[in-house]
Design a protein around this ligand. Structure first.
Ligand code: HEC
Length: 115
């Protein structure tokens, strides 16, 4: 194998390793973002909290983003428990909100797959 080809192979493997670590990091971060939510909304967003709040795993990504931004701005209070949610999202930035929304939405895909 030529030196150039070897270098090319080395560079492309390094690139893929880097890419792989980024996607793993992304997955880990999304999971961490959701970590505190699971006590009320369930591990897969399936729980009906205090018998009143519908499962969040059926909500579309865009709706999730809108809802979480609403709670962050303290502009929504759907079931009379808005204050609980204001505290949950106050430290999330817009990127975090998008990320955790996609993560919650992936629970729906998981259920479809397992059927
Ligand atoms: C201590 C319990 C608790 C925790 C922890 C919690 N939530 Fe909630 N969540 C609630 C309650 C209560 C509501 C209903 C608020 C209202 O009255 O509008 C709610 C509402 C929601 C809704 C809207 C549901 C709907 O039907 O429109 C979403 C989405 C949501 N939460 C996502 C999250 C995410 C994401 C986290 C973690 C960052 C989280 N929640 C953490 C209790 C909790």
């Amino acid at each position: 194998m030529s030196m150039e080809r070897q270098q090319f192979m080395l560079k492309s493997s390094l690139f893929f390793i880097l890419l792989l670590s980024f996607s793993t990091l992304f997955a880990v971060q999304s999971k961490n973002l959701y970590n505190s939510c699971k006590y009320c909304h369930g591990y897969k967003g399936e729980k009906i909290y205090i018998g009143k709040i519908p499962a969040i795993n059926k909500i579309g990504v865009n709706d999730l983003i809108t809802l979480l931004k609403g709670y962050k701005q303290k502009s929504i209070n759907q079931y009379g428990f808005g204050k609980i949610m204001y505290n949950q999202v106050k430290n999330l930035n817009n990127d975090n909100i998008v990320q955790v929304s996609k993560y919650i939405h992936s629970f729906r895909d998981e259920q479809v797959k397992s059927k």
